[in-house]
Write a protein that binds this ligand. Structure first.
Ligand SMILES: N[C@@H](CCC(=O)N[C@@H](CS)C(=O)NCC(=O)O)C(=O)O
Length: 151
């Protein structure tokens, strides 16, 4: 029996693509945090001041509103992207239809990109909540499919 975890399988190949998109976006959040820290001179650790601070009067802080917003956005990615990738692997193993699977992966990836835009700009609520719930729904749809395939 052919393994579903091969790039020859169009479902796995789409899953690999969209997982890489959302994981790369999550990785970029660390660099974005560093950029905000440097721009706003808001370093969390005393030892960072000697390396990056423009003025010797700069003090370490963990309360800069913009830096904390990027950090919350990053954390929210971790809370949602990691479950998507793990649940997605089990979903691929159920051998779903290619059209359905593609839609689920696309919806999740789009929802996470829009969540970041809504969080960082920020856009008025409930925009961010809607993007979050859309991605959450996509992951839970896969959970439903997995459970249905088993029982
Ligand atoms: N850990 C999240 C759980 C709920 C959630 O993810 N809510 C979405 C829509 S309101 C969100 O963007 N929360 C903001 C955040 O995680 O910083 C929280 O504390 O809010």
């Amino acid at each position: 029996m052919a393994s579903p975890f091969s790039l020859d399988n169009p479902v796995f190949s789409k899953f690999a693509f969209y997982s890489t998109v959302v994981l790369s976006k999550t990785l970029c959040m660390g660099e974005l945090t560093a950029l905000y820290r440097t721009r706003r001179q808001a370093f969390a650790n005393e030892e960072d001041l000697t390396l990056y601070a423009r003025s010797r009067h700069t003090e370490a802080t963990t309360t800069d509103v913009s830096v904390e917003r990027v950090r919350r956005c990053h954390l929210n990615d971790l809370e949602n992207v990691l479950p998507f990738v793990l649940v997605g692997l089990m979903y691929v193993s159920t051998k779903p239809g290619a059209t359905e699977a593609s839609r689920v992966f696309q919806i999740f990836a789009a929802s996470r990109l829009l969540h970041t835009v809504a969080y960082l700009l920020p856009l008025p609520q409930p925009t961010r909540s809607v993007t979050y719930l859309t991605g959450y729904g996509a992951t839970f749809f896969m959970v439903y499919r997995i459970i249905k395939a088993i029982y």
